[in-house]
Design a protein around this ligand. Structure first.
Ligand SMILES: O=C[C@H](O)[C@H](O)COP(=O)(O)O
Ligand SMILES: C=C(OP(=O)(O)O)C(=O)O
Length: 367
Protein backbone atom coordinates (compact mmCIF):
# COMPACT_ATOMS: atom_id res chain seq x y z
CA UNK A 1 0.00 0.00 0.00
CA UNK A 2 1.45 3.35 -1.04
CA UNK A 3 0.51 6.05 1.48
CA UNK A 4 2.27 8.86 -0.39
CA UNK A 5 0.68 12.31 -0.51
CA UNK A 6 2.04 14.43 -3.35
CA UNK A 7 -0.08 17.55 -2.92
CA UNK A 8 1.61 20.92 -3.33
CA UNK A 9 5.29 21.14 -2.49
CA UNK A 10 5.62 17.92 -0.47
CA UNK A 11 7.23 14.63 -1.47
CA UNK A 12 8.29 15.89 -4.88
CA UNK A 13 11.06 13.29 -5.16
CA UNK A 14 9.52 10.47 -3.14
CA UNK A 15 8.18 7.58 -5.22
CA UNK A 16 6.49 5.47 -2.54
CA UNK A 17 5.89 5.39 1.21
CA UNK A 18 4.81 1.98 2.50
CA UNK A 19 3.94 1.05 6.06
CA UNK A 20 6.07 -1.49 7.93
CA UNK A 21 5.06 -3.71 10.84
CA UNK A 22 5.58 -1.93 14.15
CA UNK A 23 8.53 -2.97 16.34
CA UNK A 24 6.11 -4.40 18.93
CA UNK A 25 4.33 -6.50 16.26
CA UNK A 26 7.60 -8.02 15.07
CA UNK A 27 8.86 -8.61 18.59
CA UNK A 28 5.54 -10.33 19.41
CA UNK A 29 6.08 -12.67 16.41
CA UNK A 30 9.55 -13.65 17.64
CA UNK A 31 9.76 -12.75 21.32
CA UNK A 32 12.92 -12.78 23.36
CA UNK A 33 11.92 -15.49 25.85
CA UNK A 34 13.15 -15.70 29.44
CA UNK A 35 16.19 -17.89 28.76
CA UNK A 36 17.28 -15.77 25.77
CA UNK A 37 16.85 -12.60 27.84
CA UNK A 38 19.03 -14.14 30.52
CA UNK A 39 21.67 -15.07 27.92
CA UNK A 40 21.67 -11.57 26.38
CA UNK A 41 21.90 -9.83 29.75
CA UNK A 42 24.68 -12.12 30.91
CA UNK A 43 26.70 -11.75 27.72
CA UNK A 44 26.36 -7.95 27.77
CA UNK A 45 27.73 -8.04 31.33
CA UNK A 46 30.62 -10.24 30.18
CA UNK A 47 31.46 -7.86 27.31
CA UNK A 48 31.29 -4.93 29.73
CA UNK A 49 33.59 -6.72 32.19
CA UNK A 50 36.17 -7.46 29.48
CA UNK A 51 36.09 -3.87 28.22
CA UNK A 52 36.61 -2.60 31.76
CA UNK A 53 39.43 -5.07 32.48
CA UNK A 54 37.45 -6.90 35.17
CA UNK A 55 37.44 -10.07 33.09
CA UNK A 56 40.93 -10.80 31.75
CA UNK A 57 39.86 -12.59 28.59
CA UNK A 58 40.17 -11.12 25.10
CA UNK A 59 36.93 -10.12 23.36
CA UNK A 60 36.79 -11.37 19.77
CA UNK A 61 34.04 -10.06 17.49
CA UNK A 62 34.20 -12.42 14.54
CA UNK A 63 31.94 -13.27 11.64
CA UNK A 64 30.94 -12.33 8.12
CA UNK A 65 31.27 -8.81 6.80
CA UNK A 66 27.52 -9.06 6.18
CA UNK A 67 24.84 -11.68 6.57
CA UNK A 68 23.24 -12.18 3.14
CA UNK A 69 22.16 -15.82 3.47
CA UNK A 70 20.82 -16.80 6.88
CA UNK A 71 21.31 -20.53 6.23
CA UNK A 72 25.04 -20.11 5.60
CA UNK A 73 25.19 -17.63 8.48
CA UNK A 74 23.70 -20.20 10.83
CA UNK A 75 26.08 -22.91 9.63
CA UNK A 76 28.91 -20.50 10.44
CA UNK A 77 27.34 -19.71 13.85
CA UNK A 78 27.34 -23.43 14.70
CA UNK A 79 31.06 -23.69 13.91
CA UNK A 80 31.77 -20.54 15.89
CA UNK A 81 29.78 -21.78 18.89
CA UNK A 82 32.15 -24.78 19.00
CA UNK A 83 35.20 -22.51 18.91
CA UNK A 84 33.68 -20.22 21.56
CA UNK A 85 33.28 -23.17 23.86
CA UNK A 86 36.78 -24.49 23.10
CA UNK A 87 38.44 -21.13 23.89
CA UNK A 88 36.06 -19.93 26.61
CA UNK A 89 38.83 -19.61 29.23
CA UNK A 90 40.85 -17.22 27.06
CA UNK A 91 38.42 -15.59 24.63
CA UNK A 92 34.96 -14.09 24.86
CA UNK A 93 33.70 -14.76 21.35
CA UNK A 94 30.86 -12.64 19.95
CA UNK A 95 29.53 -13.41 16.48
CA UNK A 96 29.63 -10.50 14.06
CA UNK A 97 26.19 -10.45 12.43
CA UNK A 98 25.90 -7.29 10.36
CA UNK A 99 22.56 -6.65 8.64
CA UNK A 100 23.08 -3.00 7.64
CA UNK A 101 25.98 -1.95 5.42
CA UNK A 102 27.16 1.65 5.13
CA UNK A 103 28.36 2.23 1.56
CA UNK A 104 31.03 4.61 0.35
CA UNK A 105 28.73 5.54 -2.54
CA UNK A 106 26.08 3.00 -3.57
CA UNK A 107 25.72 -0.76 -3.37
CA UNK A 108 23.76 -3.46 -1.54
CA UNK A 109 22.92 -2.06 1.90
CA UNK A 110 22.43 -5.30 3.74
CA UNK A 111 19.84 -7.93 4.62
CA UNK A 112 17.44 -5.52 6.33
CA UNK A 113 17.40 -3.12 3.40
CA UNK A 114 17.28 -5.71 0.61
CA UNK A 115 16.78 -9.26 1.91
CA UNK A 116 16.10 -10.77 -1.54
CA UNK A 117 19.37 -9.28 -2.90
CA UNK A 118 17.55 -8.06 -5.98
CA UNK A 119 16.82 -4.39 -5.44
CA UNK A 120 13.21 -4.97 -4.29
CA UNK A 121 14.00 -3.54 -0.83
CA UNK A 122 11.49 -5.67 1.08
CA UNK A 123 12.46 -4.09 4.40
CA UNK A 124 9.59 -5.74 6.29
CA UNK A 125 10.95 -9.17 5.31
CA UNK A 126 14.49 -7.97 6.03
CA UNK A 127 13.66 -6.94 9.60
CA UNK A 128 11.92 -10.29 10.14
CA UNK A 129 14.91 -12.21 8.70
CA UNK A 130 17.39 -10.30 10.85
CA UNK A 131 15.35 -10.85 14.00
CA UNK A 132 14.91 -14.54 13.19
CA UNK A 133 18.63 -14.91 12.64
CA UNK A 134 19.50 -13.21 15.93
CA UNK A 135 17.00 -15.45 17.67
CA UNK A 136 18.53 -18.60 16.18
CA UNK A 137 22.11 -17.59 17.03
CA UNK A 138 21.04 -16.62 20.55
CA UNK A 139 19.53 -20.10 20.97
CA UNK A 140 23.03 -21.51 20.31
CA UNK A 141 24.24 -19.58 23.36
CA UNK A 142 26.44 -17.35 21.18
CA UNK A 143 26.38 -13.57 21.82
CA UNK A 144 25.90 -11.40 18.74
CA UNK A 145 27.37 -8.03 17.74
CA UNK A 146 26.02 -5.80 15.00
CA UNK A 147 26.45 -2.37 13.44
CA UNK A 148 23.58 0.03 13.99
CA UNK A 149 23.11 2.17 10.91
CA UNK A 150 19.45 3.11 10.52
CA UNK A 151 18.09 5.04 13.51
CA UNK A 152 14.78 3.13 13.57
CA UNK A 153 15.85 -0.49 13.02
CA UNK A 154 17.28 -1.03 16.56
CA UNK A 155 13.72 -1.00 17.93
CA UNK A 156 13.15 -4.21 15.97
CA UNK A 157 16.29 -6.15 16.90
CA UNK A 158 18.38 -4.57 19.68
CA UNK A 159 16.94 -6.72 22.48
CA UNK A 160 18.77 -9.69 20.89
CA UNK A 161 22.15 -7.93 20.53
CA UNK A 162 25.00 -8.07 23.08
CA UNK A 163 27.50 -5.64 21.52
CA UNK A 164 27.02 -2.80 19.03
CA UNK A 165 29.18 -0.79 16.66
CA UNK A 166 28.88 2.54 14.94
CA UNK A 167 30.85 2.51 11.70
CA UNK A 168 33.62 4.76 10.44
CA UNK A 169 31.25 6.59 8.09
CA UNK A 170 28.76 7.47 10.85
CA UNK A 171 30.90 7.96 13.97
CA UNK A 172 30.76 11.72 13.43
CA UNK A 173 26.97 11.71 13.00
CA UNK A 174 24.97 13.24 15.83
CA UNK A 175 22.07 10.91 15.02
CA UNK A 176 24.24 7.84 15.64
CA UNK A 177 25.78 9.23 18.81
CA UNK A 178 22.27 9.93 20.13
CA UNK A 179 21.18 6.43 19.18
CA UNK A 180 24.19 4.88 20.97
CA UNK A 181 23.39 6.92 24.10
CA UNK A 182 20.18 4.92 24.46
CA UNK A 183 21.33 1.45 23.39
CA UNK A 184 21.27 -1.21 26.10
CA UNK A 185 24.60 -2.87 25.21
CA UNK A 186 28.24 -1.67 25.05
CA UNK A 187 28.84 0.26 21.81
CA UNK A 188 32.15 0.74 20.00
CA UNK A 189 32.86 3.68 17.67
CA UNK A 190 35.23 3.18 14.75
CA UNK A 191 37.83 5.83 14.02
CA UNK A 192 37.04 7.93 10.92
CA UNK A 193 37.74 6.70 7.40
CA UNK A 194 40.65 9.17 7.24
CA UNK A 195 42.17 7.49 10.31
CA UNK A 196 41.26 10.38 12.63
CA UNK A 197 40.62 9.42 16.25
CA UNK A 198 39.05 12.69 17.41
CA UNK A 199 35.65 11.94 15.89
CA UNK A 200 35.48 8.63 17.77
CA UNK A 201 36.62 10.16 21.05
CA UNK A 202 34.00 12.90 20.66
CA UNK A 203 31.43 10.21 19.82
CA UNK A 204 32.23 8.25 23.01
CA UNK A 205 31.72 11.42 25.08
CA UNK A 206 28.50 12.40 23.30
CA UNK A 207 27.01 8.90 23.52
CA UNK A 208 28.01 8.70 27.17
CA UNK A 209 25.81 11.71 27.88
CA UNK A 210 22.02 11.94 28.20
CA UNK A 211 20.36 12.91 24.93
CA UNK A 212 16.87 13.84 23.70
CA UNK A 213 15.95 13.29 20.06
CA UNK A 214 13.33 12.22 17.55
CA UNK A 215 12.67 8.51 17.30
CA UNK A 216 9.87 5.97 17.22
CA UNK A 217 8.17 4.17 20.08
CA UNK A 218 7.41 0.44 20.19
CA UNK A 219 4.26 1.01 18.16
CA UNK A 220 6.24 2.77 15.44
CA UNK A 221 4.79 6.23 16.18
CA UNK A 222 7.04 9.28 16.07
CA UNK A 223 8.26 9.95 19.58
CA UNK A 224 10.54 12.08 21.70
CA UNK A 225 13.23 9.73 23.04
CA UNK A 226 15.18 10.75 26.17
CA UNK A 227 18.20 8.63 27.13
CA UNK A 228 20.43 8.35 30.19
CA UNK A 229 23.69 7.98 28.20
CA UNK A 230 25.71 4.84 27.52
CA UNK A 231 28.55 4.27 30.04
CA UNK A 232 30.04 1.46 27.93
CA UNK A 233 31.27 3.28 24.82
CA UNK A 234 34.75 2.50 23.50
CA UNK A 235 37.08 3.01 20.54
CA UNK A 236 37.62 0.62 17.62
CA UNK A 237 40.83 1.14 15.63
CA UNK A 238 40.18 0.19 11.97
CA UNK A 239 42.95 2.06 10.16
CA UNK A 240 42.23 4.81 7.66
CA UNK A 241 43.25 6.44 4.41
CA UNK A 242 46.43 7.51 6.22
CA UNK A 243 47.39 3.85 6.81
CA UNK A 244 46.83 1.07 9.36
CA UNK A 245 46.69 1.77 13.10
CA UNK A 246 46.94 -1.68 14.68
CA UNK A 247 50.62 -1.55 15.74
CA UNK A 248 51.59 -1.54 19.40
CA UNK A 249 52.68 2.10 19.02
CA UNK A 250 49.33 3.11 17.53
CA UNK A 251 47.45 1.23 20.23
CA UNK A 252 49.48 2.84 23.04
CA UNK A 253 49.03 6.34 21.57
CA UNK A 254 45.27 5.86 21.13
CA UNK A 255 44.94 4.46 24.64
CA UNK A 256 46.82 7.46 26.08
CA UNK A 257 44.47 9.85 24.25
CA UNK A 258 41.45 7.99 25.58
CA UNK A 259 42.80 8.17 29.13
CA UNK A 260 43.55 11.89 28.75
CA UNK A 261 39.92 12.42 27.65
CA UNK A 262 38.57 10.53 30.66
CA UNK A 263 37.34 7.68 28.44
CA UNK A 264 37.86 3.91 28.63
CA UNK A 265 41.51 3.46 27.70
CA UNK A 266 40.92 -0.14 26.66
CA UNK A 267 39.93 -0.54 23.02
CA UNK A 268 39.16 -2.95 20.21
CA UNK A 269 41.39 -3.39 17.16
CA UNK A 270 39.78 -4.32 13.84
CA UNK A 271 42.15 -6.54 11.84
CA UNK A 272 40.14 -5.92 8.68
CA UNK A 273 39.13 -2.80 6.73
CA UNK A 274 41.93 -0.24 6.41
CA UNK A 275 44.10 -2.27 8.80
CA UNK A 276 44.36 -5.01 6.17
CA UNK A 277 43.60 -3.04 3.00
CA UNK A 278 40.48 -5.25 2.82
CA UNK A 279 42.72 -8.17 1.83
CA UNK A 280 41.59 -11.28 3.73
CA UNK A 281 45.05 -12.88 3.55
CA UNK A 282 46.64 -9.77 5.01
CA UNK A 283 43.89 -9.74 7.65
CA UNK A 284 45.05 -13.11 8.95
CA UNK A 285 48.62 -11.76 9.22
CA UNK A 286 47.41 -8.67 11.07
CA UNK A 287 45.37 -10.84 13.44
CA UNK A 288 48.40 -13.03 14.18
CA UNK A 289 50.52 -9.92 14.84
CA UNK A 290 47.79 -8.72 17.20
CA UNK A 291 47.90 -12.07 19.01
CA UNK A 292 51.54 -11.32 19.82
CA UNK A 293 50.86 -7.68 20.75
CA UNK A 294 48.08 -8.75 23.10
CA UNK A 295 50.60 -10.69 25.21
CA UNK A 296 52.08 -7.47 26.55
CA UNK A 297 49.44 -4.82 25.81
CA UNK A 298 46.71 -4.34 28.39
CA UNK A 299 45.14 -1.68 26.19
CA UNK A 300 43.72 -4.24 23.75
CA UNK A 301 40.39 -5.39 25.15
CA UNK A 302 39.26 -6.96 21.92
CA UNK A 303 39.87 -7.82 18.30
CA UNK A 304 37.48 -7.75 15.34
CA UNK A 305 37.76 -10.25 12.47
CA UNK A 306 35.82 -10.65 9.23
CA UNK A 307 35.34 -14.33 8.52
CA UNK A 308 32.90 -16.62 6.72
CA UNK A 309 32.73 -20.24 5.58
CA UNK A 310 34.59 -19.62 2.31
CA UNK A 311 37.49 -17.18 2.00
CA UNK A 312 37.42 -14.05 -0.15
CA UNK A 313 34.43 -12.22 -1.58
CA UNK A 314 32.18 -12.42 -4.62
CA UNK A 315 30.52 -9.69 -6.60
CA UNK A 316 26.83 -9.24 -5.99
CA UNK A 317 25.00 -7.94 -9.02
CA UNK A 318 21.48 -7.14 -7.85
CA UNK A 319 20.34 -6.74 -11.46
CA UNK A 320 21.48 -10.23 -12.54
CA UNK A 321 20.21 -13.32 -10.78
CA UNK A 322 23.45 -15.31 -11.01
CA UNK A 323 24.27 -18.17 -8.65
CA UNK A 324 26.22 -17.14 -5.58
CA UNK A 325 28.98 -19.20 -3.97
CA UNK A 326 27.52 -20.61 -0.73
CA UNK A 327 29.14 -19.19 2.40
CA UNK A 328 31.22 -16.48 0.69
CA UNK A 329 30.92 -12.77 1.47
CA UNK A 330 29.10 -10.45 -0.94
CA UNK A 331 30.69 -7.38 0.67
CA UNK A 332 34.28 -7.22 2.02
CA UNK A 333 36.60 -10.21 1.66
CA UNK A 334 36.62 -12.54 4.66
CA UNK A 335 39.00 -15.19 6.02
CA UNK A 336 37.69 -18.70 5.43
CA UNK A 337 36.74 -20.92 8.37
CA UNK A 338 39.97 -22.95 8.44
CA UNK A 339 42.20 -19.87 8.74
CA UNK A 340 39.78 -18.32 11.23
CA UNK A 341 39.97 -21.37 13.51
CA UNK A 342 43.76 -21.19 13.46
CA UNK A 343 43.77 -17.40 14.10
CA UNK A 344 41.40 -17.92 17.05
CA UNK A 345 43.90 -20.43 18.44
CA UNK A 346 46.68 -17.82 18.18
CA UNK A 347 44.56 -15.15 19.84
CA UNK A 348 43.67 -17.58 22.63
CA UNK A 349 47.39 -18.25 23.16
CA UNK A 350 48.12 -14.49 23.26
CA UNK A 351 45.34 -13.96 25.77
CA UNK A 352 46.50 -16.89 27.90
CA UNK A 353 50.04 -15.55 28.04
CA UNK A 354 48.79 -12.08 28.95
CA UNK A 355 46.78 -13.62 31.76
CA UNK A 356 49.95 -15.27 33.03
CA UNK A 357 48.56 -18.75 32.62
CA UNK A 358 51.35 -21.24 32.08
CA UNK A 359 51.30 -22.10 28.42
CA UNK A 360 51.11 -25.86 28.23
CA UNK A 361 52.47 -25.95 24.67
CA UNK A 362 55.53 -23.98 25.69
CA UNK A 363 56.20 -25.72 29.04
CA UNK A 364 55.91 -29.11 27.36
CA UNK A 365 58.42 -27.96 24.77
CA UNK A 366 60.89 -26.79 27.42
CA UNK A 367 60.72 -30.01 29.43
O1 LIG B 1 32.58 -3.34 5.70
C1 LIG B 1 32.06 -3.01 4.70
C2 LIG B 1 32.56 -2.00 3.78
O2 LIG B 1 33.90 -1.74 3.97
C3 LIG B 1 31.77 -0.75 3.90
O3 LIG B 1 30.44 -1.07 4.02
C4 LIG B 1 32.02 0.15 2.70
O4 LIG B 1 31.95 -0.57 1.56
P1 LIG B 1 32.11 0.06 0.10
O5 LIG B 1 33.27 0.99 0.13
O6 LIG B 1 32.31 -1.16 -0.75
O7 LIG B 1 30.82 0.75 -0.20
C1 LIG C 1 31.61 -1.05 7.57
C2 LIG C 1 32.42 -1.58 8.46
O1 LIG C 1 33.55 -1.05 8.92
P1 LIG C 1 34.05 0.45 8.83
O2 LIG C 1 32.94 1.28 9.38
O3 LIG C 1 35.25 0.41 9.68
O4 LIG C 1 34.34 0.73 7.39
C3 LIG C 1 32.18 -2.91 9.01
O5 LIG C 1 32.77 -3.27 10.04
O6 LIG C 1 31.40 -3.62 8.40
Amino acid sequence: MNTLTTAGSSNVRVRRIEPLPSPSALVAELPCNASLTEHIQRSREEVRAVLNGLDDRLLVVVGPCSIHDTEAGLEYANLLAGAASQHREDLLIVMRAYFEKPRTTIGWKGLINDPHLDGTHDIGAGLRAARGFLHNVGELGLPVGTEFLEPISPQYVADLVSWGAIGARTTESQIHRQLASGLSMPVGFKNGTDGGLSVALDACSAAGSPQAFLGVDDDGSAALVSTSGNPDTHLILRGGSDGPNYSETHVAAASARLAASGLNERLIVDASHANSGKDHRRQAEVARELATTVEHSDAIAGVMLESFLVEGAQKLDVAASGELVYGQSVTDACMGWGVTASVLGDLARGSRRRRGVVDRDRSELSL
